[in-house]
Each structure stands twice: as C-alpha cells, then as structure tokens.
Design a protein around this ligand. Structure first.
Ligand code: ATP
Length: 257
C-alpha cells in the first residue's frame, strides 16, 4: 500500500525555488534514504512532504488523500517528524517532550490519559533513555536530545516517520540503536523516509534511495542498483571509492580516493 506519493513536485521558499519536477512514493513496510550534498534540498523536501512548507507545484498524497485536505491532527496521526536536533529553547523534561507526541491523540487542552503515559514510557524505554525522563532537555547532550525526538515520534504511533539525519550527533552505539529501531518500525509496516550523509547507512538500512542534487533527483531506485561509486561521485562532485570484502562480498563506500 502506498503511504506517501509525490508527483511533479516543486518545493522551496517564497521567491526561491529549490527543487522541481520531483516524484517519489513510499510504501508501507519500506525505508527510503534521501542522500545528497549540503544545501541540496533534502530538508526542504522533507518539510514540504510533511506539509510544513507549501508545495510550489505538483501533488502530495498521504494514504491516497491530498495532503492539503488533511487537518493538522490527521497529518500528525499519519506522519511523525524527527527534525535535526538543535538546541532546545524550553526546559521541558524529556518525558514531557515525548508526551507531546501524543497531542494529536489527546488534544492540546486535554490531560494525557493513562494510555498516553504508557505509550510515552514505552517510547523512552525503546530508545534506552528512561533514565533521562526527568531531565530538562536543555541539559541533555545533542545526541541525547536526538534520542528524545525519536522517542517522541514513536509515542505518536504514526504510519509514516520522516527523519532528518537521525544519527548525525549519535555515538556509534546509539547510531545502531536508532537504526535498529528504524528496521523494527519498517517490519511493523510503517513507511520510513530518512536523510543521511552516509551511503553505507543508506545501503544497510534502506530499501530504496533517492539521490538529490540541486533539488532534482539524479537517480532513484533499489539501493543495490542506485548506490555505486560513480553515482555517488556524481552526486557529491567528489571522488568516492567502493571497497568490497573478498570473503563476505560486503561493500562499503569511502569518501576520497
Ligand atoms: N528558510 C529558508 N529560506 C530560503 N532559503 C532557504 C531556507 N532554508 C534553507 N534554504 C536554502 O535552501 C537550500 C536547500 O537547503 P536544505 O536545508 O533543504 O538542504 P539540505 O540538503 O538539507 O542540506 P544539509 O545536508 O546541509 O542539511 C539551501 O540553498 C539553503 O540555503
């Protein structure tokens, strides 16, 4: 089942078109990686797909319905967003931030139910941050804040999760924890769309990749077909080397070369 579909999409900011003629679709139980150079338009595209920025042209369907027809609450039930973890201005506790993931189900002025609290606790535990629950997010490290944002998305219980560089500030162990969670959500039938600067992460955890440069798709398709050294060199405008383990056949990409 197609969860998210964009056709002939143009996206950008008032007076500044960043991308054009972009089409993509995301199925239930599928993970798609969005790769591209800095400033290539990845975040702008994600925000447009989420309805946070208006599309400049084209159509976006969420579970077959035009995005523009969905209420804010319907959007929030369908799609969760894990933005890049910046500094937080408000000293909410980690638990309170994760509970905010439930507002599309409870309503802003309603007290969270027992089920909402249980969902928040489950999400904190899944990300291994139950011990941080009472800490203000202003006093967490960038990586810890990132885990809180992933937990907030899990608590939301959406059908689609959109993640902007979900592992950018995470240590090696937590990178594995977040990516394992992504695989679990995919196995649960959710659709996952994430940006990454690491082609190895895309190759390992995504089914399909979209290579975005200058707002246009250079290539899109199954990771085994789309990700190779020539395509990545073209994408980044820099040499990329592909190495292969002679025994296992596993491949890895290295910058430079
Ligand atoms: N609010 C804004 N108004 C106008 N232009 C913007 C705005 N935000 C970003 N841009 C521009 O849009 C272009 C695409 O930016 P975007 O953040 O989507 O790229 P990205 O691929 O996510 O980059 P990175 O990998 O560095 O995070 C850039 O040229 C950027 O300067």
């Amino acid at each position: 089942m197609t969860l998210l579909q964009a056709d002939a999409l143009a996206f950008g900011y008032p007076g500044r078109k960043i991308g054009r003629d972009l089409s993509l679709d995301l199925a239930a139980g599928e993970a798609m990686a969005l790769l591209g150079p800095n400033g290539g338009g990845k975040t702008t595209l994600l925000k447009t797909l989420l309805g946070l920025l208006p599309a400049l042209a084209g159509t976006i369907l969420v579970e077959g319905r035009p995005l523009a027809d969905l209420t804010a609450r319907e959007r929030a039930r369908a799609m969760a967003y894990v933005p890049q973890a910046g500094a937080s201005a408000f000293a909410f506790t980690a638990r309170a931030v994760v509970l905010m993931g439930r507002t599309s189900r409870t309503g802003l002025l309603q007290a969270p139910s027992r089920a909402d609290h249980a969902a928040a606790e489950r999400a904190l535990a899944r990300m291994g941050i139950a011990h941080l629950a009472e800490r203000p997010v202003t006093r967490l490290s960038g990586g810890e804040r990132q885990l809180v944002l992933v937990a907030r998305a899990l608590a939301q219980e959406p059908r689609i999760v959109v993640l902007d560089e979900p592992t950018a500030s995470l240590d090696f162990g937590n990178q594995g924890r977040v990516m394992a969670e992504i695989l679990r959500l995919r196995a649960d039938g959710l659709g996952l769309l994430f940006t990454t600067h690491d082609p190895n992460q895309a190759a390992r955890y995504a089914d399909r990749a979209l290579l975005l440069r200058g707002g246009s798709a250079l290539a899109a398709g199954p990771v085994g077909q789309v990700l190779d050294a020539p395509a990545l060199s073209r994408l980044y405008g820099a040499p990329v080397e592909e190495v292969r383990d002679p025994v296992s056949g596993a491949r890895a990409f290295l910058p430079g070369g």
